[in-house]
Design a protein around this ligand. Structure first.
Ligand code: GTP
Ligand code: MG
Length: 317
């Protein structure tokens, strides 16, 4: 499966999530802490879920097209997620922004997030470019951590797109954050994320592992570049062979057409033996008839532009 979908939360889900842990945050989010706010939030999340589907479908379509064209699929797999209410509110708080619905819409651009894991670095840029060029998609922000890795070694291409989601009241232009990375970058980022957020190691060990991860990021990058070169060479060769085959096939088709035309010309130009036999009461009249009706080879050549005595070449299959 290329795309893993998560449902946008509905009101029942939100109700279940509504525990003491962030009850206080919700109180700040809306003084009345009302059902209305929850349903507005839920409606907003549906729009983000729609935007995520729009972009995911576009990416799947592009990936499929490569397959139809007998080219290697650029996308290895995709993941998508909607930010939880808890982390949306947490992010607003960290940024010192008002805990309001409008503030969510205006300031949080990664509510809908898609991670596109590609096979090679070339694929990352090609897929990102093809998506960016689409008419209904706008590029809001690009952060290229592949060309400029983060100090800890993190590499990925982050692009925030907007896409219209058409609902009953019209289009809702909605942001979606897409992280494009290779398999190796994803492998690295998962472990780094684990080290940063999900471990109980002493600080000295974390520091040591972080140093190692930075060195590993450089090694992975050079391994990837070497593999990319091999892949480019294979692709180039494959394309050259395809191009030669296309020229050969076009020239075979052209020869077939010419042969058919030559045969047609000969058929119309030369009287058949049967016709000659039927018309031949005597040798002298038959010779006369032949002389008067059959054009001379010279006439044929000039009037029909066909070489009369050329043997027809066999068609090479
Ligand atoms: P925030 O979304 O508020 O973090 O700001 P931003 O959108 O400007 O951040 P950025 O685009 O740089 O990165 C956002 C996302 O990229 C994070 O949520 C992670 O998924 C991923 N990311 C960024 N930096 C790192 C990193 O150093 N390590 C790992 N593992 N992931 C990272
Ligand atoms: Mg972000």
């Amino acid at each position: 499966m290329i795309l893993e979908r998560k449902k946008a939360p509905n009101i029942a889900q939100l109700g279940r999530q509504y525990d003491r842990q962030y009850e206080t945050m919700l109180q700040q989010f809306d003084a009345q802490k009302s059902f209305e706010t929850l349903s507005q939030f839920s409606a907003l999340m549906q729009v983000y879920a729609g935007a995520m589907r729009e972009i995911s479908t576009k990416l799947e379509n592009l990936d499929d097209e490569f397959q139809y064209r007998d080219l290697a699929n650029p996308i290895h797999h995709m993941e998508s997620r909607l930010k939880s209410l808890e982390s949306i509110l947490g992010k607003l708080q960290r940024k010192g922004l008002p805990l309001e619905l409008e503030s969510v819409k205006d300031n949080i651009r990664d509510i809908a997030g898609i991670r596109v894991i590609c096979n090679y670095i070339d694929d990352v840029y090609e897929v990102a470019e093809l998506l960016s060029k689409q008419d209904d998609v706008e590029v809001l922000r690009v952060k290229d951590y592949i060309k400029n890795p983060k100090p800890n070694g993190y590499r990925s291409l982050h692009i925030i797109y907007t896409v219209p989601v058409f609902l009953s009241d019209g289009p809702h232009v909605t942001p979606v954050e897409v992280q494009f990375r290779t398999i190796a970058m994803d492998y690295w980022a998962s472990l780094e994320h684990q080290l940063r957020y999900k471990n109980t190691l002493p600080d000295t060990d974390i520091a040591e592992h972080s140093k190692t991860l930075l060195a590993v990021a450089t090694q992975l990058s050079s391994v990837e570049n070497a593999m990319q070169e091999i892949h480019r060479d294979i692709t180039r060769h494959h394309e050259t062979v395809d191009a030669i085959e296309a020229v050969a096939s076009a020239s075979r088709a052209q020869r077939t057409k010419e042969n058919a035309a030559a045969i047609d010309a000969l058929d119309t130009a030369t009287p058949t033996h049967d016709a000659a036999a039927n018309e031949a009461p005597s040798e002298s009249s038959s010779a006369k008839a032949a002389a008067s009706s059959a054009p001379s080879p010279a006439t044929l050549a000039t009037t029909k532009s066909v070489k009369p005595a050329q043997p027809v070449k066999p068609v090479r299959k």
